[in-house]
Design a protein around this ligand. Structure first.
Ligand SMILES: [Zn+2]
Length: 120
């Protein structure tokens, strides 16, 4: 029955009236503030929560930073933490053969081009 699925989905919906005013808690359990409003970025098609914080004023939190919405809005990480996480620099994946200069994978023991032993 297709109708059941629709019913279940509707039950999970949260009306904007209920959503606005909800307490927002970050991943450390710190109360960030309350949902004041939500705005839509028409370019990124992203929904941003406008959270009214006592200490920082209004903060915009992307919906992607929300881990769950039940009685409260739980964020994935701390609101103070930078959104962009720096990935550690990857180790070099290639080395050069000392005999012929060919580019080889760093795990290579012998040069694939000239066959000489690659010293690391
Ligand atoms: Zn070589």
């Amino acid at each position: 029955m297709g109708r059941k699925t629709i019913m279940e989905r509707q039950r999970k919906h949260i009306s904007s009236q209920k959503f606005i005013g909800m307490q927002v808690i970050d991943s450390k359990g710190v109360i960030v503030g309350n949902v004041k409003d939500f705005v839509i970025n028409p370019i990124d098609k992203e929904i941003l929560l406008v959270v009214s914080s006592k200490t920082e004023g209004d903060i915009e939190v992307p919906l992607t930073n929300v881990s769950s919405i039940e009685d409260v809005v739980l964020l994935v990480r701390s609101a103070e933490a930078p959104v962009v996480q720096q990935a550690p620099a990857p180790a070099p994946v290639t080395i050069n053969c000392k005999s012929c200069g060919a580019t080889l994978p760093s795990h290579a023991k012998f040069c694939a081009k000239c066959g000489s032993k690659v010293r690391q």
